[in-house]
Design a protein around this ligand. Structure first.
Ligand code: NDP
Length: 446
């Protein structure tokens, strides 16, 4: 494989899809040596088949807002690869949603799911619908209209969606309710469901908790076993960010920042459990803005339009969105003594930022490994639904910890360099790739 040629070819065939090109490019650079050592892969053109989604559904959603106006949105479901199991991946509702963003997410998801040790293929979906400022009734009508179109293409053994940016428990419940009504079955096609109707304990917490479990595995290699004395910068204040903060606090770390798309707060005294409970209510009950935290607590700085990476920290946990941490941010983090970055979000660090982390040999856990806890507990939710049974909080948490340790081990296995440094980017990409590629080889040209 000639990486440049493959990328050039993809750029020509799928122009204007920069996020998709970025995600593919990173993986191809990581796997090229392993790929080239297996000529049988190239004979079967595994590389193009693993980069290009198997199927993309694109459709229009029409719905009526509270004023009686008819609104139109675009929606998509990308079924990227089902070599190792049914398609699995979240739904994103955000004004920026477009094929490029969903294709990058579905591509990443395929490798991430392969790392989880569970049998799940990769998918992603969503819409350019912006839930901000919409009433509950509007969100419900939109979710229902979405399902009227998509329900034919998903199912418990074919494609199981979940949440992502803009899609939390409320949206999953509305979509699942409509799906169930149309499909006339109750087998749990959707994860992240409410606990009363087939959801798994720990699922809301799983991505954030999982990221910290992954971080602790990385730190353990340096002889660090808790977060006491660590100063932690977190971005975002949604699902992933809040449960990440919860686990950091539990392990003794000091969380100094959180953010939303308008700006960030810096709390020099640290965000404790009580303050975090306020953020959870602010976000989930009142759908408020992070700025309100600075209005409530004295001594807190709010920076409109800013990102938290210039605040001095020892650990950074980007947990908002893609490309939210660039090369300059990375340089400042390293200069300020940051020794570990673990990604709750998908592809939050730009290629330039990743280069800075790797060059300085700090601990760097890429999203597809570090944030795989969410989809892992989704996989456990699928198992519980199939068994018609539910596991206790402790059981699910223990399984999550084991899975994150196994993912860490795979990264170490495939990513350890001659001097002992673990390149977790290469480790995650190669481990995920080998599993999916072997499954594709075994199943023939499809
Ligand atoms: P939420 O919608 O719950 O929260 C997203 C947070 O990020 C909000 O604080 C939001 O601010 C902020 N944000 C979104 N877009 C931007 C932007 N363009 N610039 C700055 N801030 C932004 O989503 P999640 O917490 O579920 O997802 C966060 C990240 O984690 C995403 O990258 C997602 O793909 C990834 N992820 C999520 C998983 C899950 O289980 N939910 C699993 C694995 C990965 P605002 O409120 O202003 O929009």
């Amino acid at each position: 494989m000639n990486v440049e040629q493959v990328i050039d070819n993809l750029k020509k065939r799928f122009p204007n899809e920069s996020e998709y090109h970025q995600a593919v490019e990173e993986v191809l650079h990581s796997i090229k040596e392993v790929y080239n050592a297996h000529p049988e892969f190239d004979k079967q053109n595994i590389i193009e088949r693993i980069c290009i989604p198997e199927r993309i559904f694109t459709f229009r959603i029409s719905w009526v807002d509270d004023k009686g106006n008819v609104q139109v949105n675009m929606a998509y479901r990308i079924q990227h690869n089902n070599a190792i199991g049914p398609y699995k991946g979240g739904m994103r509702f955000h004004a920026s949603v477009c094929p490029s963003i969903l294709k990058f997410l579905a591509f990443e998801q395929t490798f991430k799911n392969a790392l989880t040790t569970l049998p799940m293929g990769g998918a992603k979906g969503g819409s350019d619908f912006n839930p901000k400022g919409k009433s509950n009734a509007e969100v419900m009508r939109f979710c229902q209209a979405f399902m009227v179109e998509l329900w034919h293409h998903i199912g418990p053994n074919t494609d199981i969606p979940a949440g992502d940016i803009g899609v939390g428990g409320r949206e999953v419940a509305y979509m699942y309710g409509m799906y169930k009504k149309l499909a006339r079955e109750n087998t749990g096609t959707f994860t992240g469901k409410g606990i009363e109707f087939g959801g798994s304990l720990i699922r809301p917490e799983a991505t954030g908790y999982g990221n910290i479990y992954f971080l602790m595995n990385m730190l353990k290699r340096k002889g660090i076993t808790d977060l006491k004395g660590q100063v932690v910068a977190i971005s975002g204040s949604g699902n992933v960010a809040t449960y990440t903060a919860e686990k950091v606090i539990e392990l003794g770390g000091k969380v100094i920042t959180m953010s939303d798309s308008n700006g960030y707060i810096f709390d020099p005294n640290g965000i404790d459990s009580e303050k975090l409970a306020y953020i959870l209510d602010l976000k989930n009950l009142y759908r408020g803005r992070i700025k309100e935290y600075a209005d409530k607590y004295p001594g807190v700085k709010y920076v409109e339009g800013g990102r938290p990476w210039a605040e001095k920290c020892t650990i950074a946990l980007p947990s908002a969105t893609q490309n939210e941490l660039n090369g300059d941010d990375a340089a400042i983090l390293v200069k300020n003594g940051c020794m570990a970055v673990s990604e709750g979000a998908n592809m939050p660090s730009t290629p330039e930022a990743v280069e800075v982390f790797l060059k300085n040999k700090i601990l760097y856990g890429p999203g597809k490994a570090a944030n795989a806890g969410g989809v892992s507990v989704s996989g456990l939710e699928m198992s519980q639904n199939s068994l018609r049974y539910s596991w206790s909080k402790e059981e699910v948490d223990a399984k999550l910890k084991d899975i994150m340790s196994a993912i860490h081990e795979s990264c170490v296995k495939y990513g350890t360099e001659a001097d002992g440094f673990v390149n977790y980017v290469n480790g995650a990409n190669i481990a995920g790739f080998m599993k999916v590629a072997k499954a594709m080889m075994a199943q023939g040209v499809l």
